[in-house]
Design a protein around this ligand. Structure first.
Ligand SMILES: [Zn+2]
Length: 403
């Protein structure tokens, strides 16, 4: 057994014994670092101690060899994905399970942990899960470094029942708060596959978002149609997901209200199409989903040209998409016209600020948590470099990388 573990560790270059806080000083050197706010530091040396970034500066001539000498790689902050479903997996019968712990408890737990592991190894050190009750234990396990995975923020569930009165919806929000939710997720519209029309009334959306705000919780809204995007923005909700049929009017409205926008154009629809033998959508439904890909590209081009609109990185990663998160960014650059550095900022400092974590995460700044990754090549020139993650540190603990 020992030799098996050693072989696995050697093959995957995971630091073992696992995941205890490493309280000695660690230095990391590479050809360049992207600070997550748009600056590049060449010949960068980062010092980490007790899980925090101590310093970042160009290495001095004759400096001793760094703990991790990463050569021609690019160092950057760990990425933050604002929309993930770690509880979605394919079980041993080939069936997609949606945040569902089956009778095979161990299978469910291992599958979810597998999703978290794939996500972390892909350079995503924080996720916002939107969300299921399983997140309560997943969040705790990664927070304590019991298993390898990203830091998790979770809504613990989703609010989508149009039959509830505004007062009942307020009570549901308070219930999630009591369960330990970090945010509230609501569905203001139907899914894309069924047309995406608004499903909650303006009054119901206002009840949920105002109650959450009064409790200090952010609100993340599934909204496909233009009307549902408009209603959610006017209701003061924090963050809009998808927004596939938003027009320039809604994009401008979001910018004016400071509403954060998290569009998905590059991973989730493509994943459904690629794996429809597993997902088993009808021919009509899969056509609706794939037909939306060029619609999303066109909408995204309008979004990045809308002054003041805060666009963040979120993938809607579901079963079979975990660990492929950066495909969203690659697509946004190649098919949505975004500049590579803007895509990187959207996945680091912009996302941290949107999730109210900017004082802890999202940039390479002394005093912040040491969530640091490295990729081969320079993603500010070639966004595909994000596919080749060679180093992952979360809160000072190295999960991937060789000395
Ligand atoms: Zn989702």
């Amino acid at each position: 057994m020992r030799s098996v573990i050693a072989a696995v560790a050697a093959a995957t270059i995971i630091a073992i014994p696992a995941f205890a806080q490493q309280d000695t000083t660690i230095t990391i050197h590479a050809a360049r670092a992207l600070d997550g706010r748009g600056a590049t530091i060449n010949n960068a040396l980062i010092t980490v101690r007790d899980g925090k970034i101590v310093s970042i500066a160009p290495a001095k001539a004759g400096a001793p060899r760094a703990t991790y000498e990463l050569g021609s790689a690019t160092i950057m902050p760990g990425m933050i994905d604002a929309h993930v479903h770690p509880g979605w997996y394919v079980d041993r019968t080939g069936t997609v399970q949606h945040s569902r712990v089956t009778a095979h408890l161990t299978e469910s737990a291992l599958a979810m942990e597998g999703n978290l592991y794939a996500t972390l190894m892909a350079g995503v050190t924080t996720i916002q899960s939107v969300g299921g009750p399983e997140d309560f234990d997943l969040r705790d396990a990664t927070e304590r470094h019991v298993v390898p995975g990203p830091r998790i923020l979770t809504s613990m569930g989703q609010i989508n029942n149009p039959k509830l009165t505004p007062d009942s919806l307020r009570a549901v929000v308070r219930g999630y708060k009591a369960q330990g939710a970090d945010l509230i997720k609501l569905f203001a519209s139907a899914g894309l596959g069924s047309g995406g029309a608004q499903t909650l009334s303006d009054e119901q959306i206002q009840a949920i978002c105002s109650e959450a705000t009064s409790l200090g919780l952010r609100t993340v809204v599934h909204a496909i149609s233009a009307a549902s995007v408009r209603a959610s923005t006017l209701a003061g909700c924090t963050e809009i997901e998808h927004g596939m049929f938003a027009t320039q009017a809604e994009l401008t409205l979001m910018a004016e209200h400071g509403t954060i926008y998290d569009p998905q154009i590059g991973l989730v629809l493509q994943n459904y199409a690629e794996h429809n033998d597993t997902y088993k959508f009808t021919d009509a439904a899969i056509k609706t989903l794939t037909d939306a890909i060029p619609v999303g590209n066109a909408m995204f081009k309008l979004a990045i040209a809308t002054p003041g609109l805060k666009i963040i990185f979120g993938t809607d990663a579901v079963a079979l998409a975990h660990g492929h998160n950066v495909e969203e960014l690659v697509h946004r650059v190649h098919d949505g016209g975004q500049k590579p550095m803007d895509a990187i900022i959207s996945a680091t400092s912009a996302c941290a600020n949107a999730l109210k974590l900017g004082d802890r995460l999202g940039s390479l700044t002394p005093g912040l948590d040491a969530d640091i990754i490295a990729v081969a090549g320079d993603p500010s020139k070639q966004i595909e470099a994000l596919r080749n993650v060679t180093f992952v540190m979360r809160t000072g603990v190295v999960y991937k990388g060789s000395k």
